[in-house]
Ligand binder design. Sequence first.
Ligand code: UDP
Ligand code: MG
Length: 316
Amino acid sequence: MAKAQISVIVPAFNEGEGLRLTQQALDGVLAPLGLPYELVFVNDGSRDDTWAVIESMRAATPNGAVRGVSFSRNFGKESAIFAGLAAARGACAIVIDADLQHPVEKIPEMVRLWQEGYEVVEGIKTSRGEEGGAHRLATSLFYGLISRLSGLDLENTSDFKLLDRKVVDVINAMPERNTFFRALSFWTGFKRTSVSYEVKKRQFGETKWSTAKLVRYAVRNIASFSAFPMTLVLILAVILFGVAIVMTLIALIQKFTGRALGGFTTVILLILFSSSIIMGSIGIIGIYIAQIYEEVKQRPRYIVAERFEASSEEER
Ligand code: UDP
Ligand code: MG
């Protein structure tokens, strides 16, 4: 049998200026391992020269060690990762950011653990690198919430992972459109371990996530991994019902003791309070309905506009 190949998946959105550095860094740690490897760059609808850079890297690299998939538009990092997993041919796949914030030096350790028989090697952040105060607060809120709600310990996890072929195949076979890679790979189970790493400073360019994109990402992921918010609606209803009973008693007593007037402020407060809970609840349910609608439509997760060696691969 030929030696097991390693696939490295690099999602890239407007990363043209630094992608060559990324390739050099990856080559630097992968070549000494003595195993065959391929770098799968996924161009997530970049508006800069990312695709041209990938193309030129491929032309400069013999044996098809550099491969590329290019989307018809920006579909987001999640889709890019899934396209990479679908294209990967290796016996294991490593997902890593293009900006070198994930330390490539950890790859040999991950590969060694994989060779020892682990099927999922998670990268766990020991520090979050340079993030602003508000961002830090928001992310810790999000991870606290989603870990609690989904029952999966996702705190400090990242998309930096090594997955065995078995796990890649399981993920590739999942039919859902709204995916949360971090949680999904966790959810699959398998024999797992982790390596911890420090998030480095972005080596070039700037973050490709806008606040709006992050908020959408958080809401979708919570909704796709937990139904608790809907239970919350029920809990609020029960609480409100309790309040309603108390208020009813008070109102009746006041009526029969002849003190029925007044209480206008209470009425206004109750209307405002209950209508905001009702609207909030409809909103929560709406998020789930929107998600179900998305799934029902069964649109593809992404559209591939171009790829190298299109003939040999099946489209998803
Ligand atoms: N990325 C992507 N599509 C997007 C946004 C980001 O493929 O819509 C890629 C990006 O090129 C990088 C990785 O996802 O390789 C992480 O993005 P970034 O470094 O901007 O995020 P941060 O590290 O700030 O969370
Ligand atoms: Mg980054």
